[in-house]
Design a protein. Structure first.
Lengths: 259, 647
């Protein structure tokens, strides 16, 4: 569906005819979308369009909702992650997630970061120390927390908490990081820091981000997908989506005529 | 506006203000009623116990190792009774904690919504069974089973008491722990799962640690319930002379006597104002102090939990991770050594060896088990816990219903007892229970609802509400037998009501007062604030707002509370034991006459009337059906209005 010379050939994760229902209500309709490695892909659209629902399909977070039913495939590493033979734990090990509201555990900064490696079976103290330090540094938080590693993470500011959550996701060394409106609960300065961090992260990781802030999508993303009422309306290079949208709905939304 | 009209309006507003103030005063008086009650309980217990402290001294009373007030010389040592209470409670907790926590985790984390909708009421049903019915079941089934299968001279023992109390504590611990676990923010769970933790890792490393204080409070509340329980313990523990402590101390088959059982047995036979009488009030004071400590502990822990949830604590961790691991290991090994030693003495070398081998084997392979297998093992254990609880409930219900059904007939329900209750019917007891409960609710409902209205509508959260709530909480944690003693000292003797319907009604009313206050408060708090603001903005006064806007939508909640109170009052034995009941077949002609009541009728039949099995089974079934029926009405009302009323 996307015809653009700038699109790379390799795909890290893609959805094929993905439909999702919450009980009787269909929330996603036939989503076909490809995500490219080491790029930032933004999901944009008005509230309730299904962008958060879609991003939660990539690491099967919707499994938690009892009434949720899914058809279609999400192909990652050549495998449908919804296949019954696939272990959801191993999927989430490779696809990390950062949530809308910073959600550190009520544990120390160190314990928050060490949590992921620990549950994956890493026990030795030295290895953990290394992982913790590297992850916090990669999340650009080291300067601020290096001498309070053993204090409660609940004492950090909102922006720091969110970078801690990013560091926590990095500690399990995923291939993809999903971010569900990571800045919606933050002030502009903290937001700028996270955006800089996203820029940095895409060197090593693939990032999928949900945002309802148009400027943010334009600033941080390489590709953008515009969704409306559970349907994927348009997908393409971010510049093209913003400057020359092919669909009328997209143009209306981008130019602020509705949404 | 004309001069006359303005004058009339001013007069009207003035009258309105006076009315408002007097209404507020009335509510304030109802609100402090629970404090007055708790203070008078303490006062009367102290008044009647001081002579014994003067005689043997507080230390002598606490440390004496023999309890034999009717001997010569009389012995007033409560030490064995205290130890007895603690041992029975300890055993009960060892049984109740794993089963309850397993059930709580299952209900909140593993069950599908449909399973939850079945299992939660089933466990609440366990809470609805009257304690005298538990005692009856224990006496007829549990002690017999223990005696035969362990080849003991008698099954009435520490173990029987602990098993029974354990079962009775399960619903308390499960429901409070389940609330705590369910209130862990969903974000924590999602965060953990997104970091590729398994469900069990999420439960054991994030959800349970985050709700630890709630779980601790649940356990302490369950302990309070077990310590204060009278009838069931009294009926199955054997109650040895001198209250002797089991010898050796870990002999779970030895009979044991608790503080509550001592009161339940001896209070009815004691001459008032004798030394024995004073000593029993001393025991009641002891019991009250122990339960107060336990309940205050629980409310402190729950209070801290609330604080922490409201503001992220910035405190530095006092103990580093390594040290906390070390402390955990030390505590664990101390407990392990004690358990192994007692096993060794009780079960012999072979069984101890086998258990040790299994444990060692488990420890050595534990670290090699993958997270996935660990999850399977943990979930199996949790499933086993919930299935055990359901089976226990099934056995109790099947036994009571199976045996009682044969005894039920129209004549049994409508007739009067003959041949000491062995034949004939139980209608006088049904009527007596009805009178007692009706009177209790008539007294408790206005007091409780008034107090709740004062607490939620007329005051800001502050010192006053804190004190009133503390009074209600203390009242709520007071063992029912203590209410019985208070009723006896204050109503029966001091106010000269005698053993009478009225004394029983008032005693029961005091007991259910905190339930009514709490449920009414919850119902009032559910009414959205903007409804009140809307009414105020239209010029309505406080009382008008409460009466016309707040109370109507809260009515079903208040009704539910009243029904729960009725259920509790109908099943209780201990508070009416010395205040209202006689084992008889006549109907009271005034409120100053004594009555018979269903739980008391069952208690006397089961403990004192030989060859009355059929009448026992029938009475137990009628009592069970009555109380459970009342609870079902409450649950039905709650669910019905939860569905129809959405804000």
């Amino acid at each position: 569906m996307v015809k653009n010379s700038m699109i790379p050939k390799n795909v890290i994760i893609k959805t094929e005819k993905l439909n999702l229902w919450y009980g009787e209500k269909q929330a996603l309709h036939d989503i076909n979308m490809e995500v490219y490695p080491n790029k930032v892909t933004a999901l944009i659209g008005p509230s309730g369009c299904g962008k958060s629902t879609l991003i939660r399909c990539f690491n099967r977070m919707n499994d938690l909702i009892p009434t949720c039913k899914i058809t279609g495939d999400v192909i990652f590493d050549g495998e449908n992650i919804y296949d019954p033979s696939v272990d959801v734990v191993s999927v989430r090990k490779k696809i990390g997630m950062v949530f809308q509201k910073p959600n550190p555990f009520p544990k120390s900064v160190y314990e928050n970061i060490a949590y992921g490696p620990r549950v994956s079976g890493i026990k030795d103290k030295k290895g953990l120390d290394e992982i913790v330090e590297r992850s916090i540094k990669n999340a650009a938080l080291w300067e601020e927390v290096q001498d309070r590693l053993h204090e409660s993470a609940m004492g950090l500011s909102g922006g720091q908490q969110q970078r801690l959550c990013i560091a926590r996701a990095l500690a399990i060394e995923p291939e993809i990081i999903l971010m569900d409106e990571p800045c919606s609960a933050l002030d502009p300065i903290a937001t700028a820091k996270i955006e800089d961090l996203i820029e940095e992260l895409k060197k090593k990781y693939t990032v999928i981000i949900v945002t309802h802030n148009m400027q943010q999508a334009a600033r941080v993303s390489d590709y953008a997908a515009y969704m409306y009422l559970g349907k994927l309306i348009e997908f393409g290079v971010t510049e093209q989506i913003f400057e020359d949208p092919r669909e009328e709905l997209t143009e209306k939304y981008i130019t602020g005529r509705f949404g | 506006m004309t001069q006359g009209l303005r004058k009339r309006m001013i007069a009207f507003l003035k009258k309105k203000r006076i009315k408002e103030i007097s209404i507020k005063t009335i509510f304030f008086l109802t609100a402090i009623s629970s404090i007055i009650v708790i203070f008078s309980i303490i006062l009367f217990l102290l008044k009647d116990s001081i002579p014994i402290f003067q005689k043997v001294g507080i230390w002598g009373f606490l440390s004496g190792t023999r309890w034999y007030p009717t001997g010569s010389p009389p012995l007033y040592g409560t030490f064995p009774l205290i130890v007895g209470t603690l041992l029975v409670t300890l055993g009960a907790m060892i049984i109740a904690i794993p089963l309850s926590l397993g059930s709580a985790i299952f209900i909140s984390e593993l069950a599908t919504p449909r399973m939850r909708a079945i299992i939660k009421p089933a466990i609440e049903l366990l809470a609805g069974i009257p304690s005298v019915v538990y005692g009856f079941f224990g006496l007829i089934v549990l002690t017999v089973w223990l005696r035969i299968s362990f080849n003991q001279p008698s099954g009435e023992s520490w173990l029987a008491g602990s098993i029974l109390l354990g079962i009775m504590a399960i619903p308390t611990i499960t429901s409070v722990a389940e609330d705590a676990i369910s209130s862990v923010p969903r974000e924590y769970k999602e965060g953990s799962l997104a970091l590729s933790a398994t469900r069990w890792q999420t439960i054991s490393k994030v959800i349970v640690p985050s709700s630890l204080s709630g779980i601790t409070a649940a356990i302490i509340l369950g302990m309070g319930r077990a310590i204060g329980e009278t009838m069931a313990v009294l009926m199955v523990c054997g109650n040895p002379t001198y209250g002797l402590i089991p010898s050796p101390i870990w002999n779970v088959f030895a009979p044991i006597k608790t503080l509550t059982a001592t009161l339940g047995i001896e209070m009815g036979e004691v001459a008032s104002n004798s030394n024995h009488y004073y000593a029993l009030f001393g025991v009641a004071i002891l019991l009250l102090v122990i339960t107060l400590i336990v309940n205050i502990l629980a409310s402190i822990i729950l209070g801290r939990l609330k604080e922490r949830q409201q503001s992220g604590s910035k405190k530095r961790r006092k103990i580093s991770y390594e040290n906390s691991q070390k402390i955990k290991r030390t505590i664990f090994s101390i407990i392990a050594i004690i358990v192994i030693l007692s096993l060794f003495v009780n079960a012999g070398i072979l069984i101890t060896g086998i258990i040790l081998l299994i444990l060692l084997g488990w420890y050595s392979i534990r670290k090699k088990i993958s997270a996935k297998h660990m999850q399977r093992i943990a979930f199996t254990a949790i499933l086993a816990a919930i299935i055990t609880v359901i089976i226990i409930l099934g056995i109790i219900l099947a036994y009571i219903i199976g045996n009682g059904a044969g005894a039920l007939s129209w004549e049994f329900i409508s007739g009067t007892p003959s041949n000491l209750g062995r034949s004939g019917g139980i209608f006088p007891a049904i009527i007596g229970t009805f009178y007692l409960v009706f009177g209790a609710i008539l007294i408790a409902l206005p007091l409780g609802v008034g107090a709740a209205i004062f607490l939620t509508e007329y005051t800001r959260e502050g010192k006053v509400t804190k004190i009133i709530r503390a009074g209600a909480d203390l009242l709520n944690g007071t063992p029912s037998i203590v209410f019985g003693l208070f009723g006896f000292a204050f109503l029966v003797l001091y106010l000269r009501f005698g053993i009478s319907l009225l004394a029983g009604q008032i005693t029961l009313a005091f007991m259910i007062l905190p339930t009514i206050i709490r449920t009414t408060e919850e119902a009032l708090k559910c009414v959205p604030q903007n409804l009140r603001e809307g009414s105020f903005a239209l010029g309505a006064s406080k009382w008008q707002t409460i009466r016309k806007v707040v109370l109507p939508p809260a009515a079903p909640g208040i009704l539910t509370g009243a029904i729960l109170g009725i259920g509790r009052a109908a099943g209780e034995t201990a508070p009416i034991l010395f205040t209202a009941v006689v084992f008889s077949g006549f109907y009271p002609s005034s409120v100053l006459d004594p009555v018979n009541a269903l739980p008391y009728h069952l208690y006397i039949l089961a403990t004192s009337i030989p060859n009355s099995q059929q009448a026992q089974a029938g009475t137990a079934l009628v009592l069970l059906l009555l109380v459970i029926g009342i609870y079902f009405i409450a649950v039905f009302i709650r669910n019905h209005y939860q569905k129809t009323m959405k804000w």
